[in-house]
Design a protein around this ligand. Structure first.
Ligand SMILES: Cc1cc2nc3c(=O)[nH]c(=O)nc-3n(C[C@H](O)[C@H](O)[C@H](O)COP(=O)(O)OP(=O)(O)OC[C@H]3O[C@@H](n4cnc5c(N)ncnc54)[C@H](O)[C@@H]3O)c2cc1C
Length: 459
């Protein structure tokens, strides 16, 4: 897929990958073997009928292609851009064995953009069934529950704590990877199916779960994601110039620091930037820092490149844009001058036997301390589940980590309350949050179908 040159794109926040033209999409779709037993579908947590939607693209029927995708996924423009396809559908593509897999993500994006640019409403809604459902959180898990249940005729209201919808898609992932207009257009499409959205409502503070039931909601889905950042807990972490990635990316995205020529909400970025972490969040923060004025941006990661959880494509993009990497390195102390960070003391690491995550454990090399000069540090080492709902809903069973306990259908310890996404699994991916939303929506629908059947209500 064509991308803008690193020299050009690093100066702005416009999208890096440009998407397929119609001709390119047709050519890519032609590569699909249309296997009798397609393996790509089993690689997709949303179970998108990849073979069928690519067949429509091959025929030049792009609207039918996006309709096919939207049967299973309310957020194709999002997934086509940020899903780690290389470990999912594309990993399972048969062509992968001999060469390059079909660019399934690129084709999904193409079909979604075709509908978005023409403002086509490609999702239908069944006749209303009078059942009301509250969805807490407007990230990909909540949006999926809302879209799937609206399609089945439920009356859904989404409650969002912030002043913008979309969860991490809006306040975390930067504009150059996922434009906010794409997220907004897909949310608008869900709203056009009759889903109501209420922002600035913190469930657990503005209204409790119990009160939502008293208001008449028959089922509740909790998709509140992961929020509060994890800290390194090393000396000097509270110096000026040390950010968490949460704060840094939220300021850029929600407070519009990325539109620095229009908004008076800039973010301070010094010349020498250190980012700590190895996931998508660290890579995003580093690339935002490059664009926001960082002269030299270095990611410190305690394992090696092979263990980095970030998307391969985005690591490559970051490198092309000039981001440097220091592997097997971990900060142990920050020192400063006049209250501002000036230096990071690091330890070299080596890899040991696998830990509970299955990856080799990083082990500090004693006496290997060395110093790196810096004036901005961004810590991107993970986030904890958002606690407001769990703390104010005593009957809701949680794990020691604060994650909500559910069964495989997304059912929680409270009858008629389901949960899914990062608040259940811990930080994961957009497509796993979508998968959890689909499972919960199906479980909610099965539950009410059984009850109505028992009462003899015909539908
Ligand atoms: C910077 C960054 C980059 C990422 N890049 C990728 C990527 O490239 N590919 C990928 O697959 N994944 C990526 N991820 C991970 C992915 O975005 C998450 O796994 C996914 O968004 C989780 O979805 P969710 O619905 O569980 O929660 P979230 O997206 O976190 O949404 C939860 C929503 O609930 C709201 N909320 C919380 N508490 C309350 C409350 N009490 N009342 C009302 N609303 C509440 C929050 O404000 C938020 O809007 C990235 C994450 C980050 C932070």
């Amino acid at each position: 897929m064509p991308r803008r040159s690193p020299e050009e794109r690093v100066k702005d926040f416009d999208e890096v990958a440009l998407g397929f033209t119609e001709e390119q999409a047709l050519r890519e779709a032609e590569r699909c073997l249309q296997c009798p037993n397609p393996t790509c579908v089993s690689g997709c947590p949303a179970q998108i009928d990849v073979k069928a939607f690519i067949a429509y693209i091959r025929k030049g029927d792009f609207e039918a292609a996006v309709r096919k995708i939207r049967e299973k996924n309310s957020l194709p423009g999002v997934c086509g851009r940020v899903c780690p396809q290389e470990t999912q559908c594309e990993a399972a593509c048969i062509l992968n064995r001999k060469g390059a897999a079909v660019n399934i993500g690129g084709l999904e994006r193409f079909a979604a953009d075709y509908a978005l640019t023409r403002n086509l409403q490609v999702a239908d809604r069944a006749e209303g069934n009078g059942l009301t459902v509250a969805v807490i959180g407007s990230g990909p898990s909540g949006l999926t529950v809302a879209g799937d249940l609206a399609r089945l005729g439920y009356d859904v209201t989404v409650f969002e704590a912030l002043h913008e919808y979309g969860g991490v898609l809006t306040y975390g992932i930067p504009e150059f990877r996922l434009p906010k207009r794409v997220v907004k257009a897909e949310i608008d499409s869900i709203a056009r199916m009759g889903v109501r959205f209420q922002k600035d409502v913190i469930v657990g503070k503005t209204v409790t779960v119990e009160e939502l039931f008293e208001e008449g909601f028959k089922a509740i889905f909790i998709g509140t994601g992961a929020g509060p950042p994890l800290f390194l807990n090393v000396p000097g972490e509270n110096l000026n110039g040390v950010y968490t990635a949460n704060e840094f990316l939220t300021r850029c995205n929600l407070m519009k620091a990325y539109l620095f020529d229009i908004y008076d909400t800039p973010i301070y970025v010094g010349g020498e930037v250190i980012v700590v972490g190895g996931g998508n969040v660290a890579v995003d923060a580093a690339r935002v820092a490059m664009r926001a004025g960082g002269r030299r941006v270095t990611i410190l990661y305690r394992r090696t490149r092979e263990e980095m959880p970030a998307r391969v494509e985005e690591v490559r993009n970051a490198e092309e844009e000039g981001v440097r990497f220091m592997f097997l390195t971990n900060p142990v102390k920050f020192t400063g001058h006049n209250g501002w960070v000036r230096c990071v003391e690091c330890l070299k690491m080596r890899l040991g036997s696998p830990d509970e995550s299955g990856r080799p454990r990083p082990i500090p090399v004693r006496g290997s301390n060395f110093a790196v000069n810096t004036d901005t540090v961004i810590i991107a080492i993970g986030r904890k589940p958002n606690p407001t709902v769990t703390q104010t809903t005593p009957r809701l069973k949680t794990l020691e980590s604060g994650l909500i306990h559910t069964d495989s259908q997304g059912r929680t310890s409270i009858k008629e309350v389901w949960a899914g996404g990062d608040v259940v699994t811990g930080e994961a991916t957009v497509i796993s949050a979508i998968g959890a939303g689909k499972t919960a929506a199906e479980s909610i629908h099965n539950y009410f179908t059984r009850i109505l059947k028992r009462k003899g209500v015909k539908r």
